[in-house]
Design a protein around this ligand. Structure first.
Ligand SMILES: NC(=O)c1ccc[n+]([C@@H]2O[C@H](COP(=O)([O-])OP(=O)(O)OC[C@H]3O[C@@H](n4cnc5c(N)ncnc54)[C@H](OP(=O)(O)O)[C@@H]3O)[C@@H](O)[C@H]2O)c1
Length: 231
């Protein structure tokens, strides 16, 4: 299995690289030139392609021959980074490759998610301030996911809850919609978010799904997780 990880130098990215290596996968990591040093500990075990991830030539080179492409970015800035990266992945990944994209709960596939006032408030306030300061374009993340949802590739969009650091607790459980009781705890360890991304590569049940995930040891998961969402 050859896997390309776009955003390998980030926090989620580095955990994802480690999980992929633990499974014996060959890994190609894509990150910005200035971040290559963050991958020093993997230097001898992965191939690094340096460059802007919305540069189509960078993605074209990195995804060549890959069985799966995992995108784990928070593209700070306002240059259509998220949609540019997603489009390049959709266009250049091998036919039938598994494409796994990460995002937050704020992305909705079918409009049936039920958000708490707190999450709606955070997205509205953060989105407005971030756009005004040219920090990040939430609208562009929405557009990136719209393009993924519309594609006929073998995609999965993994929607992460609030994250925390810490030892792995195991594979997160998931549900179709934010607002489902199982997700109520709204907390996942970042290392386990990465685990879910890598597990999704070989889980055909998740093809063309947008699972919203939560830590498997959280109260809501323990109380409400149906068996089929457990590892
Ligand atoms: N943080 C949360 O609470 C949270 C909650 C739910 C879901 N998520 C999802 O989790 C994923 C990763 O989150 P994280 O918290 O692990 O983020 P992170 O570690 O801060 O990673 C950010 C990544 O984005 C890259 N990046 C930032 N700005 C960029 C730009 N302008 N151009 C290209 N690359 C850029 C960084 O590259 P460099 O290494 O080059 O800086 C890094 O690889 C995202 O999909 C996010 O939506 C996060």
């Amino acid at each position: 299995m050859k896997v390309c990880i776009v955003g390998a130098s980030g926090k989620l990215g580095q955990y994802t690289v480690q999980h992929a290596l633990d499974r014996g996968y060959e890994v190609v990591g894509v990150c910005r030139e200035k971040s290559v040093a963050k991958l020093d500990r993997f230097r001898d075990s992965i191939t690094i392609v340096a460059g802007a991830t919305n540069d189509r030539t960078v993605i074209r080179k990195a995804v060549e021959g890959c069985d799966a492409v995992l995108t784990v970015l928070v593209p700070w800035g306002v240059q259509q980074y998220a949609s540019g990266t997603a489009q390049a992945v959709l266009d250049y990944a091998e036919k039938d490759a598994r494409l796994i994209f990460s995002c937050g709960w704020h992305i909705s596939r079918d409009g049936k998610d039920v958000y708490s006032w707190k999450l709606r408030f955070m997205v509205n306030v953060f989105g407005t301030i971030a756009r005004a300061l040219r920090m990040v374009e939430l609208d562009d993340q929405v557009e990136a996911c719209r393009r993924v949802f519309a594609s006929d590739t073998r995609w999965t969009v993994v929607r992460g809850s609030d994250l925390e650091e810490g030892e792995s607790q195991g594979l997160p459980v998931w549900s179709q919609h934010v607002g489902d009781a199982v997700l109520e705890s709204n907390r996942t360890r970042r290392i386990d978010f990465a685990l879910f991304m890598v597990e999704a590569i070989t889980n055909d049940e998740l093809v063309q799904q947008a699972p919203a995930i939560v830590g498997c040891r959280t109260d809501s998961a323990i109380k409400h997780a149906p068996d089929h969402t457990r590892a």
